[in-house]
Design a protein around this ligand. Structure first.
Ligand SMILES: NC(=O)C1=CN([C@@H]2O[C@H](COP(=O)(O)OP(=O)(O)OC[C@H]3O[C@@H](n4cnc5c(N)ncnc54)[C@H](OP(=O)(O)O)[C@@H]3O)[C@@H](O)[C@H]2O)C=CC1
Ligand SMILES: O=C(O)C1=N[C@H](C(=O)O)C[C@H](O)C1
Length: 238
């Protein structure tokens, strides 16, 4: 595949490494300082765009990709209020849009474990739920996209919780997500159910960014020949 990277920071560089190892070509590396070059990306010179930029850049990048009918894999977090608009543009322009808050295969299995545990624990109201995420100090958004997906997995399966709050004490109907930023942590997510007599904990710890990068390249490979809106459940048949 000929790949265009929109965003060439920590993730862009990790994706380039995986893409080259898997025999692909990286034909564009677009960052903030050469962002005008984005206009050169077309359906006939690029097979997949992989977008990992920043919360405030993602929408404009994705709007460009959708309007040009490009096959696009996006991992940027913190912009998802506008997700439906991008999905509509995708359909209107016969483009392809693949989104995941986390491309690691382990995290996507962890999402399923979280949903199963939430369902199991729902009748047992003596357990209070605590969720937390730790990331490196350069991360711009909080809570992490992964923590939001985990919170949604709990809310969908435990009807006593109506919404989530970030870094504040939660009421009985709210689920607290505690975010902290420490050193170079690639991403750690924990869910705890605590009662007066015991606790149950599930946790995912990313050791490096390479799992996210591999998942993004696998998604771009999988997207070839497909049109429409997709996510990791489609790729992994979960
Ligand atoms: N879904 C997933 O699995 C994962 C998602 N992420 C998410 O991906 C995003 C990027 O993460 P990360 O690589 O660590 O962040 P970095 O800050 O290391 O890299 C982001 C890069 O995007 C560039 N950029 C900013 N604006 C534009 C623009 N308009 N066009 C092109 N490039 C632009 C920045 O340039 P400059 O430095 O010049 O500002 C920077 O180099 C974040 O939202 C993060 O949460 C991260 C890991 C996994
Ligand atoms: O910014 C990061 O680094 C990460 N962002 C994603 C998120 O917000 O969930 C995925 C991963 O945890 C790393």
């Amino acid at each position: 595949m000929r790949i265009a990277l929109l965003g060439y920071g920590k993730m862009g560089k990790a994706i380039e490494k995986v893409a080259l190892e898997r025999g692909h070509e990286v034909v564009f590396k677009i960052d903030l300082n050469n962002s005008a070059e984005k206009q050169l990306i077309r359906k006939d010179n690029v097979d997949a765009v992989i977008e990992f930029s920043s919360p405030h850049s993602a929408y404009a990048n994705l709007e460009f990709c959708m309007k040009n009918g490009l096959k696009t894999v996006c991992g940027t977090t913190g912009w998802l209020d506008a997700r439906r608009e991008i999905e509509q543009l995708c359909i209107q322009n016969k483009a392809s849009f693949f989104y995941a808050s986390n491309y690691s295969i382990g995290v996507n299995l962890f999402f399923k474990l979280n949903e199963f545990l939430a369902k199991l624990m729902a009748p047992h109201q003596q357990y209070e739920i605590f969720t937390s995420e730790i990331h490196h100090t350069e991360k711009l958004d909080a809570p992490s996209g992964t923590a939001i997906t985990l919170a949604e997995g709990i809310l969908n399966n435990n009807k006593t919780k109506k919404s989530w709050v970030n870094n504040q004490i939660a009421s009985k109907e709210e689920l607290a997500i505690w975010s902290s930023r420490e050193g170079k942590v690639p991403g750690t997510h924990t869910i705890k159910y605590i009662s007066e007599i015991d606790e149950i904990e599930i946790k995912h710890t990313a050791y490096t960014r390479m799992g996210f990068a591999l998942g993004a390249v696998l998604a771009a490979e999988w997207l070839q020949g497909k049109e429409g809106v997709y996510g990791m459940n489609d790729l992994l048949s979960l």
